[in-house]
Write a protein that binds this ligand. Sequence first.
Ligand SMILES: C[S@@+](CC[C@H](N)C(=O)[O-])C[C@H]1O[C@@H](n2cnc3c(N)ncnc32)[C@H](O)[C@@H]1O
Length: 315
Amino acid sequence: MKIVSLFSGAGGLDLGLIQAGHEIIWANDFDSDCVDTYEHNIGRHIRLGSIEDIKSDEIPTGDVVVGGFPCQGFSQANRLRSGDDPRNSLYREFLRIVTDNQPKWFLAENVRGILSLDGGAAIKKIESDFSKAGYRVQKRLFNTADYGVPQSRRRVIIAGTRKDLPSALDYTYPEATHSKHGSGSLKKWCNIGNALKQIPEPDGEHQLINHICSQYKVTNRNFTGHRTTDPKKPSPTILARGNAKGGVCAIQHPKNHRRMSIREQAIIQTFPNAFEFLGRMNSCYRQVGNAVPVLFGQYLGEQLGATEKLKREAS
Ligand SMILES: C[S@@+](CC[C@H](N)C(=O)[O-])C[C@H]1O[C@@H](n2cnc3c(N)ncnc32)[C@H](O)[C@@H]1O
């Protein structure tokens, strides 16, 4: 399918969709490091600039519009969490483009907090807005650990199918492949200890790119970014936010002797080792932390393929 990608970041979601066999025909981000990284690894179809300055008719019409609209205003970790937060206005940009360009499907990724924002009023408003725009809307909360990602990362995927398409073509969410303990056909969650077992220390001999890490001192004060990491469990969520001291809130290595390197966090986000992040260290950490795990993006994309197959069978 031909896909338009908004708020594309470094391209975690887009790479997953490409791996599932789709084509990204247009992408956008206003952060120049993200755009450099995206062009370097994925392609030159990304446009630098704020979506607020791009008219809907400047964007090609694809089969699908995808995007993780920025979530700071919706994040449970953010005390400014409010429906009035100006950063939530970017959601309205996503809505504008879907409304104007009428793709067959859209997929929007967001943080778990979106479900409880304003006592559930925000998500109801989002559903009603997209319904008015002509879409049947579904939402589901996922943990990417259930899809073989060695990271517990809870994200909501809102999916819309244009109302003129038969309901048989409604987007169907991917089924889990893993569970906490593994049972039946489900494998056991992948853990961070195994995921990083073969990775040498950043100051040792290696050929890994982006294998540098924050020197921010590790202290265990039992809050996000300051907790020991259990090597037998999936990694805690890789974060994009800062530590309020100019650094980034990187998660501890499973041996708990230092923070993870950019490459290690990228591995936990299931980026291939050849994927190179460009920009200063904090920017690279942020690009990694903001991404949809590539493997999860691929599962989401394979379902778009399944929908398309169904459509061909129906016609
Ligand atoms: C959560 S990240 C998306 C990550 C991406 N889906 C991935 O998988 O790598 C949101 C992105 O929105 C971008 N962004 C924020 N405001 C924007 C704006 N006004 N116009 C375009 N991009 C914007 C940020 O730079 C950030 O890269």
